[in-house]
Design a protein around this ligand. Sequence first.
Ligand code: PEP
Length: 254
Amino acid sequence: MQKDRKLIIAGNWKMNKTVAEALDLVGGLRRELASVKEVDLVVCPPFTALGEVSKAILDSNVRLGAQNMSEHSGGAYTGEVSAMMLKEFSVRYVILGHSERRQYYGESNALISRKALAAHAATLKPILCIGETLAEREAGQTEAVLESQLRGSLAGLSKEHMEETVLAYEPVWAIGTGKTATTEQAQSAHAFVRHVVASMFDETIAKYVRIQYGGSVKPSNARELMSQPDVDGALVGGASLEVRSFTDIVKNSI
Ligand code: PEP
């Protein structure tokens, strides 16, 4: 289905793949997806593989993303990695506010907005994640949660920043569980997210911002999800770890 917004499909490899395994995977993707022009393709390996993967995708249609970064530009922050350090490896995108970061590392909306501002200062494009838990959905709070995450984690961003920001709607109950949101649930959440973006920025920004769906995306459900009017791509976890499944998701989305 042809949309005004170019689809963007990103693989979040999480804490998987040694350098050798990462090169194997990205080599396969580069080969299998060489002819794809309709979709922006992004891989997000762990920090340790960024350098080698960066070299392996030179002159290809695959772009590099990181899974996290510090809100600081440098200094005494043991274990952290700055935006400029990512830029050294030609990283273009950075996943921010993934639910695993929010859940296991206590990342707040305020912290995520500081990270987003730091990413933009270094011309990295955030892939900024939001999504409700099962308890929140069952309590009828989905829209309230999404609105408060959007208002909190996009706080301080300008319209120009938003032009270089990708959003990812990832219902927490669908991540790594095999449970996918129905197309109706995904479309309704995406339309709501776009509506909030319009009220925070303006209609033009809302019209052009790309909103990925994430949560157990597989080759078998990609086509239906991507055909929803407000779904502009996917953030893929488990199924991005194999050449076949990621390739089939991309091909089924076109
Ligand atoms: C994710 O972690 O962003 C994700 C969507 O994971 P999975 O595809 O495995 O559900």
